[in-house]
Design a protein around this ligand. Structure first.
Ligand SMILES: [Ca+2]
Ligand SMILES: [Ca+2]
Length: 154
């Protein structure tokens, strides 16, 4: 109608409940709960705890409820898309070697292991020294020579 002026009820911040969205319509208004909330929008909208649903995140991912949504993340040692396909073991050894010098890296489920190879000593996370290695190879070498020598004699 000409001459009538619509009142924007939404200009009053208290017209809807907490967390609710106000939508002004000609001659009226309405309140709605936004995505991630539930309840009566006139009384107040309450955050949905999406983490109560088992499929809120991808397989193996950790869910954290936040206001208006949820966050998914992979726990330490795992990687992937936490929201969809989920988290799988991170192969730490296939990347920059996380172990120390001369150390062997072994990938484990959710982790990895560093070890000094036989004949090496030290902290596998920093440095394996081969002080014993020369000694071991010398012994093997002698043993091989002896067997070769014995073979040529028969
Ligand atoms: Ca939530
Ligand atoms: Ca791993």
């Amino acid at each position: 109608m000409k001459g009538t002026t619509d009142i924007d009820e939404c200009s009053n911040p208290n017209v809807c409940g907490q967390n609710a969205l106000c939508q002004n319509t000609p001659g009226n208004y309405t309140c709605v709960c936004p995505e991630g909330f539930f309840g009566n929008p006139f009384d107040g909208c309450v955050d949905i705890d999406e983490c109560e649903h088992p499929n809120a995140c991808g397989p193996g991912a950790t869910c954290r409820n936040v206001v208006g949504g949820r966050e998914c993340y992979c726990p330490p040692g795992y990687e992937g898309d936490a929201y969809t396909t989920g988290c799988g073991d991170m192969d730490e050894c296939s990347r920059t070697n996380p172990c120390g010098r001369n150390a062997h890296c072994t990938n484990l489920e959710g982790s990895f292991k560093c070890a000094c190879p036989p004949g090496f000593i030290g902290d596998p996370m920093t440095d394996c020294t081969g002080s014993c290695f020369n000694h071991t190879t010398k012994n093997v070498y002698i043993l091989v020579n002896k067997s070769l020598f014995a073979e040529t004699n028969t």
